[in-house]
Each structure stands twice: as structure tokens, then as C-alpha cells.
Ligand binder design. Structure first.
Ligand code: ADP
Length: 542
């Protein structure tokens, strides 16, 4: 399918879904014919812009405009409302993108972002535009403006809380259909239990006394927890939709669970219950996903760490065994044997250095977790530091076929922790060698506005957008990097050190085009670390 056809299809799907669900929403006792507490289109628009990009906004505008014109409001009024609906989606999706929202909702932070930025935040825009349009058009209202505004806002917020997660979660990863009959049986049982219990809770009272005595929304909690525990985000969002559909449709009946004067007051109460339940269940599902991910990372780390430590240990053992064999030769030993002994011991020394650096990384990671990494600030000429690091890595770079070019046109002197900054530059250059695909590496640095900027640029394998934020977390590695040694700690430690100096460490990369890692540090680091525990300062060394 060409990009043009796919885009047209996206527009059509968003338009139809928006317009169809808007018609359903308006059928629920809409105030002045336009404000309703059931408004799935907001969630559809948000999910579409998050998943497919902000360029889909015209589909949202057009659908909102058409739907509102059909309610009988003047054309200019419908245009104001459509502008509010569009802005709401664009601002909501923009904020979520800005804060690196992950639509799989596998982290508690993603649920909080969705609730804060989109459900509670961007919906204020649409509600305000809607009330303004109703006031300017002088529409007959049964309620005061604050109630009208609240109904609009709640309807939109619910769309973002309930419908947006459903679409985001189901659309953001390919569906894997289980082949296990027991899984299907469990799924069927859960759906049946949710349907029966929701109907008992929300629909007309029965004349069975025992059921009436225990009728209450709390009965749904264990079933929704079951969905979160066993069917993850997809199961949770689907279960919540099922309960919402039954709860909302039941509000039309007089004997519905939430007793109130008017249908829209009943809907408001149903919405409040559904909002609190949905947010709680999404948080639970996200916390469980975080736990699963942490266990996965731990297991992977144990396997990587044992492998990483085992490799140099085996090499060390072989080199020492060779040294012992040479040393056992009867005296007097010839020059060749002495030479061999020296080589074995030097190689053993290099291997030990590798082991020490691995263990140092592990210790640093644990110190960072405990907030115990201290900085020793001193005056550091950058060119000397870079020369030392490049000198140490030159042989390795040559072996990989990646010569390191250095360009530091001006003398830069900063007050930093020399060994820690060295650690960052070493890590960036050795990564550039490891992942640089045997192409040249360029290190450049300059200073401006009391800050130093150092770039390490390679033309190697590059890093996808999704992996770019991940690699700065502890033990995170790109899967394809598994063939190359490493614990996935260097960048994590590097960023923490940069932050502690009041600086930053970031990446700009494109797969197959290479990466540029940028270290920015203030020339005068603050005496107390910004990101890690208070640093001790040694007198400057000139
Ligand atoms: P390590 O290299 O020890 O695994 P790091 O924290 O230094 O740990 O790097 C984390 C991951 O980031 C690496 O496993 C690799 O996948 C990716 N990475 C780092 N630097 C580069 C680079 N210059 N090019 C491509 N990928 C890189």
C-alpha cells in the first residue's frame, strides 16, 4: 500500500469513527443538543494523533464540524466547537509526545501522563470553546453554564481515559492470538462474569432479595483485577469498555444503580465511577507490566553479567596457565621464553583491567542507586583529558579500522571531576569503536556561554528512535548489540555523571547512518552534584 493511500485511509477511518461515535454520544440526553457526558470521539482523536501523527488533525476538524452542524447550531458555532475539539487533540497529543509517552501504557508514568496532560488538561480547551459557542449562539440550556461546562469536560475526559487507552494499547503492537484452549476458556469465563455482575449492579433491581442486599460496584473490582493480572493492558482496557457500555446504557433506566434526578446526572455519576476505576486498573496493569519488565531485565542482566565476567576470567586463566608453563621450564630460560612470559603477563594485566572496569561499572551503578557517587572537582584542560583517552584507545580503534579524529580548536578548561569526565569520554569513544562499523570517528569540542559541548560522531549502525531514550537506563542494551560485549551501564553512568556536573548527555542517531553523542558540561560544575549525592570538592590543580 502506498503512503498516499495509507494516509487517505487514516483520514477516512478517523472521520468515520469520530462522526459515528459522536452521534452515539449525542443520543445521551445532550444538553442544548451539543454537550454530553458520553463523548468517545475525544479519545479517538487523541489516539489517532498519538499513533499516526498530528497531521491527521483535518480529519478531526472536519468530523467535529459536520457532527455539530447536524445538531442545528449555526455554522460559525459549529466551527468554534470544531476548533476546540481539534486544539484539544493536537495539544493533548503534543504534550504526550513531548514527554515521551509510550502508547503501550506499560509504565505507571504513561498512565499518569495520559490522565494529567490529556484527560484533565487538554480537555479544558474543548469544554471552554463549547461553552463559548453555546453562549454566543444563545442556545436554550436546561442548566447553568458551569454545569454545562462540567458536562462537556467530563465527557471529553472520559473519552481520553477510556477510549484512548483502548485504541492505543490494541493498536500499538501486533496481536498474538493464543493457541491454548485453557486461555480461551479463562477469557470466556471472565467476559461472562463481567457481563453478569455488571448487569446485576447497574441494571434494574431484581426481585431476588439476596442479590439486592449485596448489589454494589465493589463486586466488579476482583473481576477487573483478574483482567489486569491475567490479560494485561489489552484485557484490562477491553474489560473496562465492557463494564462501561453496560453501566452507561443502564443509566437510561429509572432503577439504575446511580440514583439521580436526571439522566445526565446519572451519567455524570457513572462517569465518575468509571473514571476512578479505569485509572486505578490502568495503573495496576502498568505496575504489573513494569514488574514483569524489571524481572526480564534482571534475568537478562544476570545472564549478560555472568557471560561478560566469564569471558575475561577464562582468558585470564589461559594466560596465567601459559605464564606458569613458561616459568616451569628448566633454567636457564632462553630469550624467547622470557619474551613469551612477558607477553602472557602483559595480556593477563589487560584482561584484569577489563575485569576491574566491569566490576567498577557495577559498583558505580549500585552507588548511583544508593545516591553515593561523589565528585572531586578540579581544574581540567579538556585537550589533555581527550589526548589521554584517545591515546589509550588508539590501538583498539586501529584494530577496528576506525581512526579517531580530534578537533578542539580552542583551549577549554573546566572545573570537573577529571576521572569521571574521562570515564564518559572513554565510554563514548569505545562505544563508537564497538558500534562504528569500522568507519572513522570524529570527536569535536567547543565552548560557548560558559558551557562546553563535546560531540562523538560515528558512522556506524545507529540507534532507532525507540531505543534512544532506553539506552540511557541501567542495563539497557539494543538487542542487536548482544553480539558485542557490554553490560548496558556505560551510558546510564555517563548521563548521571553529566547531570551531577549540571550538564547533560544525549544522542542524535539514525539507524544505519551512525550516531552523535553529545556531552554538555558547564565550565564551572556546581559544588554539590545535581543528580547524585553531595560531592566533595578538592582544591583545584593547575
Ligand atoms: P554497553 O555498550 O556496555 O552495552 P552502554 O550503556 O555504553 O552499554 O550502551 C548501551 C547500548 O547503547 C549499547 O548496548 C548499544 O546497543 C547502544 N549504543 C551505545 N553507543 C552506540 C553507538 N555509538 N552506536 C550504536 N549503538 C550504540
Amino acid at each position: 500500500m502506498t503512503a498516499g493511500i495509507r494516509r487517505s485511509l487514516d483520514y477516512a477511518v478517523v472521520f468515520v469513527a469520530y462522526a459515528a461515535t459522536a452521534r452515539i454520544g449525542l443520543s445521551f440526553d445532550a444538553l442544548a443538543g451539543i454537550a454530553t457526558t458520553v463523548w468517545p470521539p475525544t479519545g479517538i482523536a487523541l489516539a489517532a494523533l498519538v499513533l499516526r501523527g498530528p497531521q491527521l488533525w483535518p480529519a478531526v476538524s472536519l468530523a467535529a464540524f459536520v457532527v455539530n452542524v447536524m445538531t442545528g447550531i449555526p455554522v460559525w458555532g459549529a466551527a468554534i466547537i470544531a476548533a476546540g475539539n481539534t486544539l484539544e487533540a493536537v495539544v493533548g497529543a503534543g504534550l504526550l509526545r513531548r514527554f515521551s509517552f509510550d502508547p503501550r501504557l506499560g509504565r505507571v508514568r504513561d498512565v499518569l501522563l495520559l490522565v494529567g496532560c490529556a484527560a484533565l488538561g487538554s480537555t479544558l480547551i474543548s469544554a471552554t470553546f463549547g461553552v463559548a459557542a453555546a453562549a454566543l449562539a444563545n442556545l436554550p440550556r436546561a442548566e447553568s453554564y458551569p454545569v454545562f461546562w462540567a458536562v462537556w469536560w467530563v465527557g471529553d475526559a472520559m473519552g481520553n481515559v477510556l477510549i484512548a487507552p483502548l485504541i492505543c494499547v490494541w493498536a500499538s503492537a501486533p496481536l498474538r492470538v493464543s493457541r491454548r484452549p485453557l486461555r480461551w476458556l479463562e477469557c470466556g469465563l471472565l467476559v461472562a462474569a463481567l457481563t453478569v455482575v455488571s448487569a446485576m449492579v447497574f441494571r434494574q433491581p431484581t426481585n431476588i432479595r439476596a442479590i439486592e442486599l449485596v448489589r454494589g460496584t465493589y463486586a466488579l473490582a476482583p473481576l477487573l483485577i483478574w483482567a489486569a493480572l491475567r490479560f494485561e493492558q489489552r484485557g484490562t482496557t477491553a474489560a473496562l469498555l465492557l463494564v462501561s457500555v453496560i453501566a452507561v446504557s443502564a443509566t437510561a433506566s429509572e432503577g439504575s444503580y446511580f440514583a439521580a434526578r436526571t439522566p445526565h446526572e446519572r451519567l455524570l455519576m457513572t462517569d465518575c465511577y468509571m473514571a476512578v476505576t479505569t485509572i486505578s486498573m490502568l495503573m495496576l496493569a502498568a505496575a504489573l507490566a513494569e514488574r514483569r519488565a524489571a524481572i526480564g531485565v534482571r534475568d537478562e542482566f544476570i545472564s549478560i553479567a555472568s557471560h561478560e565476567l566469564k569471558t575475561p576470567l577464562t582468558a585470564l586463566k589461559l594466560r596465567l596457565a601459559a605464564a606458569v608453563r613458561t616459568q616451569r621450564r628448566p633454567a636457564p630460560r632462553d630469550v624467547d621464553a622470557e619474551e613469551k612470559l612477558g607477553r602472557s603477563l602483559r595480556a593477563a594485566g589487560t584482561t584484569t583491567d577489563r575485569l576491574v572496569s566491569l566490576v567498577d561499572d557495577l559498583l558505580d551503578a549500585s552507588r548511583l542507586t544508593a545516591g553515593r557517587l561523589a565528585l572531586h572537582l578540579e581544574s581540567v584542560p579538556l585537550i589533555d583529558l581527550v589526548r589521554d583517552v584517545v591515546g589509550r584507545l588508539r590501538e583498539q580503534a586501529q584494530e577496528a579500522g576506525s581512526p579517531i579524529g580530534v578537533e578542539i580548536p580552542e583551549p577549554i578548561v573546566g572545573r570537573w571531576d577529571r576521572s569521571r569526565v574521562e570515564q564518559i569520554v572513554t565510554n563514548l569513544l569505545s562505544n563508537a569503536i564497538k558500534y562504528g562499523a569500522g568507519r572513522p570517528i570524529q570527536l569535536t569540542a567547543h565552548a560557548a556561554n560558559d558551557r562546553m559541548r563535546l560531540d562523538v560522531k560515528d558512522a556506524g549502525v545507529g540507534i532507532s528512535r525507540a531505543d534512544q531514550s532506553r539506552i540511557f537506563q541501567a542495563f539497557e542494551r539494543v538487542t542487536s548489540a548482544n553480539r558485542v560485549g557490554g553490560l548496558g551501564l556505560g551510558l546510564y553512568i555517563g548521563r548521571q555523571i553529566a547531570v551531577a556536573h549540571g550538564g547533560s548527555l544525549s544522542v542524535d542517531s539514525k539507524p544505519e547512518h551512525g550516531s552523535t553523542f553529545t556531552l554538555e558540561l558547564p565550565l564551572e560544575a556546581p559544588t554539590s552534584g545535581a543528580g547524585i549525592s553531595a560531592a566533595t570538592s578538592r582544591p583545584p590543580v593547575s
